[in-house]
Design a protein around this ligand. Structure first.
Ligand SMILES: [Zn+2]
Length: 268
């Protein structure tokens, strides 16, 4: 139960960071050795992202550890920030949680916001009780970008995806390239090294809960979302953990400024 509370808190914190980003334009954030002016009004490209994550890991070595789980088609690192006390050792029983952002290269908000979430957790540790408790008791992994090649190809303001940044550099949709439990679809690992790296990572870490953040529509999806014996669409395909997933999706939506009003893109 405590673990669940922590994980729900993490989900709520994500929303908090999003709204803080709006409020704190032009503010100066202190991150120790890596002190920079954060304007909250531009995206980091790959070089900026790498520098920022490296600086943060350097400033908070007691609770942060940066590593790469592999490389993209064009050789960019797939960075993951691990945030927990003793970040270089495994503590049995500490639940592992992960957020993955920017899997579709042109869905970019999550990439930036996850960096702010990393900053927030690191800067508030020891200052804010709930953050301190979370970082003490949970093994948090944050990957701001699963598709760094797609991001570099994307153009700000291109809402139709005409620059092809959604897919990876071999023009594969990473979100459609994981093995499907029902239809047996497989994609060659050479074409989607990003997916291969994430599968290996998931098998190693055994996360108890994860969130994958997208952009472009207002929805919270949860397993299974497909089935062997029912129509592909318009059928509720529940998993064994359905009540937990519904609860988490509800907490997320109730803390989301647009979702909680019942607003959705279809109303536009
Ligand atoms: Zn997406």
């Amino acid at each position: 139960q405590d673990t669940l509370k922590q994980l729900v808190l993490l989900s709520a914190l994500f929303r908090l960071v999003v709204s803080q980003g709006d409020d704190q334009k032009q503010s100066r954030r202190s991150t120790g050795a890596s002190e920079t002016i954060e304007t909250y009004n531009q995206f980091y490209n790959y070089v900026d992202l790498t520098r920022r994550l490296q600086a943060l890991a350097q400033s908070y070595p007691h609770i942060a550890s940066l590593s790469s789980i592999g490389r993209s088609v064009e050789g960019r690192e797939l960075w993951v920030m691990r945030i927990t006390v003793d970040p270089n050792k495994d503590t049995p029983g500490k639940p592992k949680f992960k957020y993955v952002g920017n899997m579709h290269g042109d869905e970019t908000v999550s990439r930036q916001v996850l960096v702010y979430l990393v900053e927030y957790l690191l800067a508030k540790y020891g200052e804010e009780d709930r953050v301190t408790q979370l970082v003490n008791s949970t093994d948090i992994y944050i990957m701001p970008s699963m598709n760094p090649d797609g991001f570099e190809k994307s153009k700000e303001g291109d809402c139709e995806g005409e620059n092809g940044g959604r897919n990876n550099a071999r023009n594969k949709d990473l979100n459609r390239s994981f093995p499907d439990q029902f239809d047996g679809t497989t994609v060659s690992p050479d074409i989607v090294p990003e997916v291969t790296a994430v599968i290996k990572w998931i098998k190693e870490k055994k996360f108890v809960l994860s969130g994958n953040l997208h952009g472009g529509t207002v929805v919270a999806s949860y397993p299974f979302d497909d089935s062997a014996s029912h129509p592909q669409q318009d059928f509720y395909s529940q998993s064994e953990d359905d009540s937990l997933f519904r609860y988490l999706a509800l907490v997320y939506s109730q803390n989301h400024p647009a979702m909680k009003t019942g607003w959705c893109c279809a109303n536009l």
